[in-house]
Design a protein around this ligand. Structure first.
Ligand code: PRP
Ligand code: URA
Length: 206
């Protein structure tokens, strides 16, 4: 399943991020805020269980999340999406996958992975702003599956058909959420119009 949020507030903030003149501070703040807004939609189908609660007026039955949530950012740029979602789900555990795209081959290279136990029976959200060729996302999903994850959702800011198709082909069981769908990849496999190199813009590197 592919969900494109296409929400006015998100589109407004994403436009600020796309602007080449937006500096690191505003880029980071807007990414954080968009991730927080996306939390509402990406958690829509989480299971809940009924729980008894006593209000100041009477006893009633409320709802609580029934499964653990695990956030797994793909380093580096995925780190910028953690706090916004974590603020909405403060009990979520956090894992990490270190991965970079080789500049020549454009293939993903893994350099780090560490996950909490809860990935085995929880809902896992893999976070990365950019879904370009889809190589990094697909490899990250394979890694968390190998570690025992069964319920996985991929959360990206901007994606293109190439990346969407790759993930859907390799992992048809994984739901994909995008803030926006962009047009195509350029000759360097960068998203067009995109927002440039997300990791560099987030951390002020070149
Ligand atoms: C970026 C981005 C994704 C990947 C997307 O990371 O954050 O992880 O590229 O490209 P793909 O869909 O073609 O695999 P990058 O390789 O620049 O790593 P960095 O953020 O650590 O610099
Ligand atoms: N990685 C990025 O950071 N940006 C792109 O457009 C593609 C891959």
């Amino acid at each position: 399943m592919l969900t494109i949020l296409n929400h006015p507030l998100i589109n407004h903030k994403l436009t600020t991020m796309r602007n080449k003149d937006t500096g690191t501070k505003d880029f980071r703040e807007n990414l954080d805020e968009i991730a927080g807004l996306m939390a509402y939609e990406i958690t829509r189908d989480l299971d809940t269980v009924p729980v008894e609660v006593e209000t100041p007026i009477c006893k009633t039955t409320g709802q609580q999340l029934s499964k653990k949530v695990v956030l797994i950012p793909i380093l580096r740029a995925g780190l910028g999406m953690v706090d916004g979602i974590h603020a909405m789900i403060p009990n979520a555990k956090i894992g990490h996958i270190g991965m970079y795209r080789d500049e020549t081959t454009k293939r993903p290279c893994e350099y780090y992975a560490k996950f909490p136990e809860e990935i085995k029976d929880g809902t896992v959200f893999i976070l990365d702003p950019m879904l370009a060729t889809g190589g990094s996302a697909s490899a990250a999903i394979s890694i968390v599956k190998k570690a025992g994850a069964k319920t996985i959702k991929l959360i990206c800011l901007v994606g293109v058909d190439t990346g969407i198709n790759k993930v859907q082909q390799d992992h048809p069981d994984v739901d994909i959420y995008l803030a926006a769908k962009d047009d195509h990849l350029n000759e360097n496999c960068y998203i067009v119009p995109g927002l440039g190199d997300a990791g560099d813009r987030l951390f002020g590197t070149k």
